[in-house]
Ligand binder design. Structure first.
Ligand code: PFF
Length: 455
């Protein structure tokens, strides 16, 4: 059943770009990217990551947004509209499920970020100049069920209120305020990092390639991260694309989103590594880099309390604009396919996501010893969604566009709004064809094999 009321749309192209960049820019850029770059040799990893973004990320992102814009539907409806088979509707459904799963653990980490704003303002974590002590403090906080669940709930409520307000009044308006603020705050933190004595070591780490660290695994990690950071493979970009006007260019929007996302990841890397190196700490702190190493950095560096507070505010904003896009996928599905009202869909599925996320939140305390396939619940959901469902979704999107919907038809749809760009640069068409037909499917397939341990 389809809804009677007209489908919502973005108010402007800029609104779409900011909302989509908001989805892309998140914990992936500020929490995950710096630590995986830190663990994999810094700049050499970054170069490989940039290549992955250009040859796989951008072409598949263009395709995903295009599917949404062409059909003006949620992920399930989009595949159904272009191909009647149950299989492809199931692929869309897999995206909706992945969105649920990602949001359920993503909001737990985002909750820590809100908690750390308070930690920073109250000065609680400024007693830990030693990262090992800061780590103990973090572990103690996450062992506290009330602490972890309340901040998780708070973050879900904020996310739900934005999505509840609608595409233009909630998501677009929120992104127009939050995204410029995020950029400003991050640049401020970066300038503080660069101006610290000894920050040059951090810059060297990011900009002087060290190829000795690079192996097959590095490439696979970089490619896997390209999906997560661009919110690709589960229909978030497809759903945002479905609110886009046919007059606007999918190609130029996708390029701008990719540039913004990459730029923010690099600034976050510079901000974090210059600070970490300046105070003489270890850059390969892993997932704890932000919650263990950085509090120690903020304790040591002059002006650290203000910078620390700003940092966790910006991290929360980044997480919020991404979480909104995750909840919007489920919401759009229930509005389009089941005829639900936006308000009902948000309240029901925001609550369901919270319930599904509880075992993830409890993985750090009461369920710490509960392991499935050697992973706790949190790690399992993260692994399943980020390493399996997203690449699988991306693989299907590339195959669908190239071989099921067919490249030529997709190209006609892509030309809407992009005529000028194509007339000036016809080579883009050939490149998109090669990447979406051959590069993307083959490389993503390799990532998947490595994710399930075959490679
Ligand atoms: N791109 C987000 C980040 O980098 O944090 C994470 C994400 C958001 C993944 C939305 C997938 C998604 F649909």
């Amino acid at each position: 059943m389809l809804t009677e009321s007209p489908r919502e749309q973005w108010g402007s192209k800029l609104g779409f770009i900011l909302a989509a960049a908001g989805s892309a820019i998140g914990l992936g850029n500020i929490w995950k990217f710096p630590y995986i770059a830190g663990e994999n040799g810094g700049s050499s990893f970054i170069i490989i990551y940039l290549i992955c973004i250009a040859v796989i990320g951008l072409p598949v992102l263009v395709g995903e947004i295009l599917l949404g814009r062409t059909t003006q539907r949620n992920p399930v409806g989009a595949f159904k509209a272009l191909n009647g088979s149950k299989f492809w509707a199931g692929v869309g459904g897999m995206g909706v499920v992945a969105g649920f799963l990602i949001l359920s653990f993503y909001a737990v980490i985002a909750g820590w970020s809100i908690g750390y704003i308070y930690q920073s303002i109250s000065g609680d974590f400024f007693q830990y100049a030693d990262p090992a002590k800061a780590a103990d403090h973090f572990v103690a906080l996450t062992k506290d069920v009330v602490w972890i669940v309340s901040y998780f709930a708070l973050f879900m409520i904020i996310t739900m209120s934005v999505v509840y307000a609608g595409v233009q009044k909630g998501i677009e308006r929120g992104s127009k305020i939050m995204m410029p603020l995020l950029l400003l705050l991050l640049i401020f933190v970066m300038i503080r990092g660069i101006t610290l004595p000894g920050s040059g070591e951090g810059l060297k780490f990011i900009f002087n390639p060290d190829w000795s660290h690079v192996n097959g695994q590095t490439i696979l990690i970089a490619l896997g991260h390209a999906f997560f950071t661009l919110s690709m493979g589960m229909g978030a970009m497809l759903t945002y694309g479905s609110y886009m006007s046919k007059k606007d260019s999918v190609l130029s929007s996708a390029i701008q989103i990719v540039i913004l996302d990459t730029f923010i990841a690099l600034i976050a890397g510079v901000a974090i590594f210059t600070s970490v190196f300046a105070v003489g700490l270890d850059a390969s702190g892993g997932p704890g880099l932000i919650f263990h190493t950085l509090p120690a950095v903020f304790t040591i560096m002059p002006g650290g309390q203000i910078i620390g507070t700003i940092f966790f505010i910006l991290l929360t904003i980044a997480a919020l604009t991404s979480a909104i896009s995750l909840l919007e996928v489920i919401t759009a599905y229930f509005i389009d396919e089941k005829g639900w009202s936006r308000h009902k869909a948000v309240i029901v599925f925001g609550t369901v996501t919270f319930i599904i996320g509880l075992p993830s939140a409890l993985s750090f305390n009461v369920l710490a010893d509960f392991n499935i396939f050697g992973k706790n619940f949190f790690d399992l959901v993260d692994y399943l969604a980020s390493n399996i469902l997203l690449p699988l979704g991306g693989l299907f999107i590339a195959i669908f566009i190239a071989y099921v919907w067919k490249f030529d038809k997709a190209l006609i749809a892509l030309k809407d709004g992009s005529e000028k760009i194509f007339n000036k640069n016809p080579l883009i068409i050939t490149l998109w064809q090669i990447f979406i037909k051959y590069f993307a499917p083959v490389l993503i397939f390799l990532v998947l094999l490595s994710s399930i341990g075959v490679l």
